[in-house]
Ligand binder design. Structure first.
Ligand code: ZN
Length: 91
């Protein structure tokens, strides 16, 4: 995965891992690779004095904030209606 392109994507607007997959034209089943690349991108950005920010996944039903990147179900209300994590760059 091309880190420079990934960085330019999330610098232009906040994106979820799924949207990044779509933008990079890779299958959604490879979301895990996106998370790995975001980790690397975070280090690259740090050197440039920028910060990769993740707003965590949130349960749409009860508002629970997840610490896990890619939860499937809310531990509080058992809802599977989850707003995914969003990534963006803070300058
Ligand atoms: Zn919930």
């Amino acid at each position: 995965m091309h880190l420079g392109y990934l960085i330019s994507l999330i610098e232009s607007k906040p994106m979820t891992a799924r949207e990044i997959c779509r933008a990079l034209d890779i299958d959604a089943s490879r979301e895990r690779e996106v998370y790995e690349s975001l980790k690397k991108a975070s280090k690259v950005l740090k050197k440039k004095g920028k910060t990769l920010v993740m707003s965590p996944p949130v349960c749409r039903k009860c508002g629970f904030e997840f610490e896990k990147l890619n939860p499937s179900r809310c531990p509080k209300c058992k809802s599977e209606w989850i707003e995914p994590a969003v990534f963006y760059v803070e300058k």
